[in-house]
Write a protein that binds this ligand. Structure first.
Ligand SMILES: *[C@@H]1O[C@H](CO)[C@@H](O)[C@H](O)[C@H]1NC(C)=O
Ligand SMILES: *[C@@H]1O[C@H](CO)[C@@H](O)[C@H](O)[C@H]1NC(C)=O
Ligand SMILES: [Zn+2]
Length: 416
């Protein structure tokens, strides 16, 4: 009996020593440095569900069972302050996004409304959230235990081909702009062209390059999520500062045009930028997608480029299906635990801090430094060339001619 007890004591202490030295859970990283998420479309849900009337919106409560924002009624609603705290989220780029496309009206004014609702939401919860526009501001808010809240403008459609509007969104606090969302623009193609061999590509036009350069001058991060492969390459070659992918995963792990191919991952390494991995199931794998698939995407980027060029861009509010085990903002710590559990050599606490936020912080800081070297440059007054607009109108016209032709044929066939 006593031998048995002795054995038990020795075994238990050996286990606890092992645990103390090796099995520090990955989530500890999130206490050391803010977890910075590159993309969340909560504001888009506020527009669609509440017309941005937020005084009755209880963001400080657990909304998982809410009649409007609960998971039963809204698959793309996965965010509230209770679950954010549980998920140890330190900073969020809130997305100012409005639908793109030829049938959308008032895109610019709606985009301003989205910036407004993000700011008003932050103001409504001063104990929990803090509006941030600088890299150091993220750390300051974290020390005050508030969620650093930044604005990312999703889609160049919001600036209506005007550098003046780009500057005004920067003035309002937007610290990245995604060059395109899913619609191609007169000056840049969106990623769907990569799965349409017959698409009329413009790549990144000269005017598009001017937009990138103006963003460098302003100190606004260039976000390449959603753009075509050619635009990724050309924007990286144009930019004088590191660029980001605010919510994109790895093409080699799952081939979808929204994901980033290895040649671009290597260019990101040279550029000093970052790829913030998206949690949307449809970009991660074929079926039965789990938290392990997210880990695979992250590990692939590390295999190709190293641990300094990867981050997190969940899209938690925004898309409608998430991996098993990573269903809402309360689950981030499980991902950090899992990565470390599977490979403690790679995922030291220090490297997990890089994934969480240090990498994005480094990029943001560098973008600010580049801005400071460009103070002598004047704002670019260029207007979009008529030929860019004509070409864009031409491809729409060609498309509508084709549509008219099909309609006529169908009507003739049906004799209607
Ligand atoms: C907010 O809630 C109050 C009290 O429940 C209600 O009277 C009011 O109509 C609501 N306002 C909106 C905009 O839903
Ligand atoms: C663990 O990480 C190290 C360092 O990145 C790597 O060399 C090794 O292949 C990884 N092991 C597994 C099983 O993935
Ligand atoms: Zn998006």
């Amino acid at each position: 009996m006593s031998t048995y007890l002795l054995f038990l004591v020795i075994f238990a202490s050996a286990v606890s020593v092992l645990r103390a030295t090796r099995d520090i859970p990955g989530r500890v990283a999130l206490d050391n440095f803010p977890l910075i998420d590159g993309h969340n479309d909560l504001a888009y849900n506020l527009y669609n569900k509440l017309h941005n009337q937020i005084y009755n919106f209880s963001f400080h409560k657990d909304l998982s069972q809410d009649s409007l924002f609960g998971s039963d009624s809204c698959k793309s609603c996965n965010t509230d302050l209770v679950r954010i705290k549980k998920g140890k989220l330190g900073a969020q780029f809130w997305s100012a996004f409005v639908d793109c496309g030829p049938h959308q009206d008032a895109i610019v004014s709606k985009s301003f409304e989205q910036v407004d609702v993000i700011k008003r939401l932050i103001d409504k919860y001063p104990q929990d959230m803090e509006f941030v526009t600088t890299a150091d501001g993220i750390e300051d808010a974290f020390l005050r235990k508030r969620l650093a809240s930044l604005i990312g403008l999703e889609g160049g459609h919001s600036i209506d081909n005007k550098l003046a509007l780009l500057r005004q969104f920067y003035q309002l606090g937007a610290r990245y702009m995604t060059l395109t969302q899913s619609c191609s623009l007169p000056w840049a193609d969106a990623s769907p062209v990569d799965s349409q061999p017959e698409a009329n590509k413009v790549d990144l036009t000269n005017f598009g390059k001017k937009i990138v350069l103006e963003m460098n001058r302003l100190g606004m991060m260039v976000d390449l999520s959603h753009v075509s492969h050619n635009v990724m390459v050309q924007a990286i070659d144009t930019s004088r500062a590191p660029v980001i992918f605010s919510h994109s995963s790895a093409y080699s792990v799952f081939p979808h045009h929204r994901n980033v191919k290895d040649d671009v991952i290597l260019k990101i390494k040279q550029n000093g930028g970052i790829i913030m991995v998206n949690f949307y199931s449809a970009f991660l794998g074929e079926r039965h997608v789990t938290i392990k698939d997210v880990a695979r995407h992250i590990n692939h980027i590390v295999d190709v480029a190293g641990v300094d060029y990867v981050g997190i861009g969940s899209d938690f509010d925004g898309v409608d299906s998430f991996p098993k085990g990573l269903e809402d903002v309360s689950k981030y710590p499980d991902l950090f635990d899992l990565l470390r559990e599977k490979n403690q050599t790679r995922w030291t606490i220090e490297n997990l801090e890089k994934l969480a936020g240090r990498n994005l912080y480094r990029v943001f800081k560098k973008v600010e430094e580049v801005r400071d070297t460009l103070l002598h440059e004047r704002p670019d007054e260029s207007l979009i060339p008529d030929e860019d607009l004509a070409r864009a109108a031409g491809s729409v016209k060609k498309y509508s001619k084709l549509l008219t032709f099909i309609t006529v044929v169908v009507m003739y066939t049906l004799r209607v």
